[in-house]
Write a protein that binds this ligand. Structure first.
Ligand SMILES: [Fe+2]
Length: 288
């Protein structure tokens, strides 16, 4: 009851990205009332990454920088053991059972037909190292100015086997509506080139003040707002960061800014670990 009131009444009033610094500060002050966040000593690396998030809304690094090299080796081996190959192309998969699994999942998923969860195939023990990584948590909490927790993780496969024009929603620029304060972290589990459908972020678009210079129009598709890609490119092409990168590339992204996934080319796929970090106090969190 309370939950649905929160979603029906509070959500439309306060969730409307992008947010101003004033609004973000207000949110973090409010969430800190009974769960106070104390800033920790940051290394030079962590400090400059937090500043990059404030400035651009997004940055990429790699698993070595986060002390996750061994853990990553184990996880990416698991992915290869399933039968996926380094090429990121379905034609190279020899494991018939895996292909069958992918096709079954594709049929189950009618709306998000281009995205498949692989979590069911991989032991959760491989994931904990990432959701509990101290460096990741430090960067996220110092950026958001609140104590944080991991609220979501999944291993996602993006493909374009259905070639269903209707289901390309996350390939249109959009902003996430989880809340005012949250951050997403993606780790590529295979090399991602343009054919695999890289992640793309338009830098500085998480900043309300910066966005006043532009006029990008929202369109409502189903329950979500999306943006016309051409309209965004007309004004902000020079700000687009396309994250092509080897496996082990890590992207931190404030997805209240404009972002999208490129559509993989036919027969190609992308596999990444996706995580969301949100305030420990979930009063201003509106994840579906
Ligand atoms: Fe998104």
């Amino acid at each position: 009851m309370i939950g649905s009131l929160k979603h029906r009444i509070l959500r439309p009033i306060i969730i409307n990205p992008p947010y101003s610094d004033f609004y973000r500060n207000l949110a973090s002050k409010f969430l800190n009332i009974r769960n106070s966040f104390t800033k920790t000593e940051l290394s030079e690396f962590e400090k400059s990454r937090v500043n990059e998030l404030k400035e651009d809304g997004c940055f990429s690094t790699n698993i070595e920088q986060l002390n996750l090299k061994d853990q990553f080796e184990r996880l990416s081996n698991e992915v290869l053991k399933l039968g996926f190959t380094k090429s990121g192309n379905f034609k190279d998969i020899k494991n018939e059972k895996l292909l069958e699994y992918v096709k079954t999942k594709m049929r189950e998923n009618d709306v998000k037909g281009y995205k498949i969860s692989l979590s069911g195939l991989i032991s959760q023990n491989f994931i904990k190292d990432y959701t509990q990584n101290e460096k990741i948590k430090k960067i996220v909490s110092n950026y958001l100015n609140v104590n944080i927790k991991n609220t979501y993780f999944d291993i996602l496969l993006d493909h374009n086997l259905t070639e269903n024009k209707e289901s390309t929603e996350t390939q249109l620029f959009h902003r996430d509506h989880n809340g005012i304060l949250f951050l997403k972290v993606f780790i590529y589990l295979i090399d991602v080139n343009i054919e695999n459908g890289p992640y793309s972020y338009v830098k500085r678009t998480h900043n309300k003040k910066y966005m006043r210079k532009f006029d990008v129009k929202k369109i409502k598709i189903r329950k979500n707002y999306r943006y016309n890609n051409d309209n965004v490119y007309d004004q902000l092409k020079q700000n687009e960061m396309i994250f092509k990168g080897n496996k082990g590339t890590v992207v931190f992204s404030d997805t209240t800014g404009l972002h999208r996934g490129y559509l993989p080319q036919r027969d190609y796929y992308r596999i990444l670990l996706s995580m969301t970090f949100e305030p420990e106090n979930s009063f201003l969190t509106f994840t579906d």
